[in-house]
Design a protein around this ligand. Structure first.
Ligand SMILES: N[C@@H](CCC(=O)N[C@@H](CS)C(=O)NCC(=O)O)C(=O)O
Length: 119
């Protein structure tokens, strides 16, 4: 494959950017990591994810991709060795189901924690 440019905009404490880092590491893809400050988002982040303005964002040869699960599927389809998602469509559906559930549960727990802290 030709020279690749892979950049990841993330935050060290974010499980969403961590899961993308794990996927890139599993594939052995070299990438530049850019730590974002979410209290002062960089112009690049705002440009690359102008819809949600959130990390993680993967930029592959200048093309941005947002949303961690979408990014992981893109990584899996682009670098085909060491598959991350199962091959069978049913098992892929199950993997997506559990990823979605974990995201929703995490969001609910964070909301509960924020409510507790603000009391
Ligand atoms: N559904 C998104 C969630 C990403 C997300 O919530 N990122 C948070 C950090 S953990 C963020 O960038 N928050 C900034 C903001 O809401 O302004 C994904 O899976 O990538």
């Amino acid at each position: 494959m030709a020279e690749e440019e892979v950049k990841l905009f993330g935050v060290w404490a974010s499980p969403f950017s961590r899961r993308v880092e794990i996927a890139l590491t599993m594939k052995g893809v070299k990438y530049e990591y850019i730590e974002e400050d979410l209290t002062n988002k960089s112009p690049s982040l705002l440009k690359y994810n102008h819809v949600h303005k959130k990390i993680p964002v993967l930029v592959h040869n200048g093309k941005p991709i947002a949303e961690s699960v979408v990014i992981i599927e893109y990584i899996d389809e682009t670098w085909k060795h060491n598959p991350i998602l199962p091959q069978h469509p049913y098992n892929r559906a199950l993997a997506r189901f559990w990823a979605k559930l974990i995201d929703e549960k995490g969001r609910r727990e964070r909301w509960r924690l924020e409510k507790l802290v603000s009391i």
